[in-house]
Design a protein around this ligand. Sequence first.
Ligand SMILES: Nc1ncnc2c1ncn2[C@@H]1O[C@H](COP(=O)(O)OP(=O)(O)OP(=O)(O)O)[C@@H](O)[C@H]1O
Length: 215
Amino acid sequence: MFHIENVKVNGIIEIDHLSIEANKVTCIIGKSGSGKSTFLRLVNHLISPNEGNIYFKGKNLSEMDPVQLRRYITMVPQTPVIFDGTVRDNLQIGQKLSGQRVSTDEELDRCLHQLDLHKTLAAQAGELSGGEKQRLALARAMLLDAEVFLLDEPSSALDHTTASKVIHAFVDFIKATNKTLIMITHDLALAQELADTMIDMNRFSKSVVAGGVSK
Ligand SMILES: Nc1ncnc2c1ncn2[C@@H]1O[C@H](COP(=O)(O)OP(=O)(O)OP(=O)(O)O)[C@@H](O)[C@H]1O
C-alpha cells in the first residue's frame, strides 16, 4: 500500500526501501526522538521528503490530490484536536466535512462504548479529561470511511488497563472492516501482541546514536 524509496528527511530519517502492507496492523516503535511522528507525517503528506519518493496505492504521494488523499487516510495526532461544542458535534464534524452520511445517536453511542467512553452525546467536549479527549478523537476517526488510520501514541493519556482495552477495540475495528492501521506505540508488549508487522524507527533514524539520541 505504501512504498518508500530512498527517502531522506533533513537529518531526521533516511529510508532506502520500506513497504507497508494494506489490511494489516503495523506498529512503529523506537526511541524518543527517533523520528516516529515525522514518519507518520511523511506518509500522511503533511511534510515532504528532501529526497526520494513515497508511493501510496501505486501513485506518488506528491502528485495526489490532497482532498482525495484525506478521504483515504485519517490521522489521530498525539494531542487530539477537539472542537468547541458537544461530544456529538465532535463526532459528526469529520463525517460532515468529508461529505459522508452522518451517524445516528445510536451509532455514535455504540462507537463511544466500544472505546470505553461513557459520556452523553450532549456533554461539552472541552470539559472532557485528556484521556477522554483522546478516546473522542479515536471514535471520530473510526466513524470515517477512510482506508488507512494513522495513530500517534493513541493511548499516551490513558492508564494501562484502559489503554489496552481501547487499542484492542480499535484493532478489532480495523480487522473487522479490512482497514489498514499504522500506529506509534511505546508499549512493546502491546505491539508484539497486536502487530502484523513492526517497524523499528531506530534503524532509519539519523538522530539516534548508539546508546542514546544525538544532540
Ligand atoms: N519540523 C521539524 N523541524 C526540525 N526538526 C524536527 C521537526 N520535527 C521534528 N524534528 C526533530 O526530529 C527528531 C524526531 O522527532 P519526532 O517527533 O519525529 O520523534 P518521535 O520518535 O516521534 O519522538 P517521541 O517518541 O518523543 O514523540 C527530533 O530530534 C525532533 O526534534
